[in-house]
Structure formats: C-alpha cells, structure tokens
Design a protein around this ligand. Structure first.
Ligand code: MN
Ligand code: MN
Ligand code: MN
Length: 275
C-alpha cells in the first residue's frame, strides 16, 4: 500500500482543492494520506468526507513553521485534533505571524525597488495562506524575474531579502502545540535544511527532548545515502519514521503524490500507530 504523509492543497500553496487532492490520491492508489497544509487545517473537514467515501485513510495534518538556532525548520503534525483549542490558537497565531512576515517581505522588496509586492502577493494568495510562493509568482508576473526559480535565487531563497524567519515560534513551542492537540510531531524533510551532520544530530536531539516523535526519513525521491543517514538518526534518537512526497500539484512533475523511495526495513513506520 502507498502511504503519503506530506502534501499540500490550495488552502496553502498547493494547486488542488482538498477535495480534488483526495481524489487524486485515490487515482494514484494511495491508502493512507495526510494533508499537511502550511499553518492551516482548513482543508481537513472537506478532505475527510471525500476520503470516507473513497475508503482512504485520511490523517488530519498540518505543517508548522518554526525556528531553531536561526534556521527555519518545518514540523509536520499528524493525527492532530483540529478542533482542539491549542490547535485552533496555534493556527490563529501562525496566520497572524504569516501576515506580518508578508508585510515585512513586501517592505524589504520595496527597498530594492520592487513596488506593491505585498498587495500583489495577497491578491495571488486569495483565500490561501500568504507565503513566499505568492511573492515568487508576483515577481514573475511583473517581469522582475523570468521564472519562479530565479525569484527564489535572487529575492526569496535562503539568505536573500525575502527570507525572514524571525517571526516564527521556537521549535519546542510548535512541537508542544502538536502534542497537546493529540498529534505526533514529525521533523519534516531533514535534508532540506542543509545542516552539517553534527548540527542535524543536535536538532534531532532537541526535537526528541521537546516531545517530537518522528523523523521524515523519506521526502520524495531522494538519494540512498540520505535515506540511510536518516535511518541512522531514527535509531539513534528512538524516533518513528514518516514518509511523504511534499506534493504541491500535478504541474511539478518531479514530486508527484505518492512518489517516493521506500522506507528502510529497520524503520518503525509512524502509521503503524493507527493500524
Ligand atoms: Mn509549500
Ligand atoms: Mn516544508
Ligand atoms: Mn511541505
């Protein structure tokens, strides 16, 4: 059975509606799916009713932004009670922070001579949670850059003007929100932070200490060496293993839903908890 525990609907920066995302998962033969929109659980109720109809196990999820030693770190919450007051409060706070951050990104880009990017990004975001992808779209739309990749490379990626992490809560805080709301905290895509082995080890240790329970051992199609390194971290820190494509939409072909390398045999899959 295919398990995908990390993907996005258009409630955050994905392309498909929650409803369409579950149907798409069904067409890909996925048996257990978690929708993990950035800082929002808005898509879960609609997704749950379709999933029930199609016989897919839908795990209510969220991907929360946090910071750890100045690094932006994402924590996926799986099996959270979306009606829990702590989770509701968390979503509210993250959403407010996201707005402030977006205004700051807009101000920084204005200093570089790019006008009205906040309004532009907000328009492109519509009902979704505003984020860097909307700024990237705006920069392409205005002809400031030729494509999305250049938007990140020049303005929004790590170390660039639009890369603002300071608004996010500490790692321990978001782990606590997830656990308080009855969920499991998963350290998302560990390879994406480009940390040294020593630093990633420190991050795993502190994450475990804070109450984190799993590592996203597999994130889409990744190298064997990366998978083995994550497997080692799981056993060292006694963490469950999760896997997910981080799918954002059918247009991005390199990361299709359900498409990822298998979890190593020695790993304890997090979904064994629900089955
Ligand atoms: Mn995203
Ligand atoms: Mn992420
Ligand atoms: Mn993601």
């Amino acid at each position: 059975m295919i398990v995908d525990l990390h993907c996005h609907s258009n409630v955050s920066d994905g392309q498909l509606t929650p409803d369409a995302l579950v149907r798409y998962a069904d067409s890909k033969g996925i048996g257990i799916l978690a929708i993990t929109d950035h800082d929002s659980t808005k898509g879960i109720p609609a997704a749950l009713s379709v999933a029930r109809m199609l016989g897919i196990d839908l795990i209510p999820g969220i991907e929360l932004s946090s910071q750890w030693r100045g690094v932006g770190v994402h924590v996926v919450g799986l099996g959270v009670d979306i009606e829990h007051r702590v989770m509701k409060k968390a979503v509210e706070r993250q959403s407010a922070r996201r707005q402030t951050r977006a205004r700051d990104i807009g101000a920084r880009l204005a200093k570089l001579g790019i006008e009205d990017s906040f309004d532009g990004a907000a328009r492109l975001a519509g009902e979704s949670q505003i984020g860097r992808p909307h700024f990237a779209q705006y920069l392409v739309e205005q002809g400031v850059v030729k494509d999305l990749a250049s938007a990140y490379k020049k303005y929004l990626g790590a170390g660039k003007a639009g890369d603002i992490k300071s608004h996010w809560p500490a790692l321990e805080e978001v782990v606590d929100w997830i656990v308080s709301a009855g969920g499991y905290a998963v350290l998302a895509h560990p390879a994406k932070y480009k940390l040294t082995r020593m630093k990633l080890r420190a991050l795993c240790g502190e994450f475990r200490e804070a109450g984190g329970q799993a590592l996203e051992v597999v994130s889409g199609m990744q190298d064997k060496a990366v998978t083995q390194w994550h497997e080692q971290l799981c056993s060292e820190f006694n963490l469950y293993a999760s896997c997910g494509s981080d799918f954002h939409g059918p247009a991005t072909r390199w990361s299709d839903l359900g498409k990822m390398v298998p979890l190593p045999d020695s790993c304890r899959p997090i979904w064994s908890i629900w089955r």
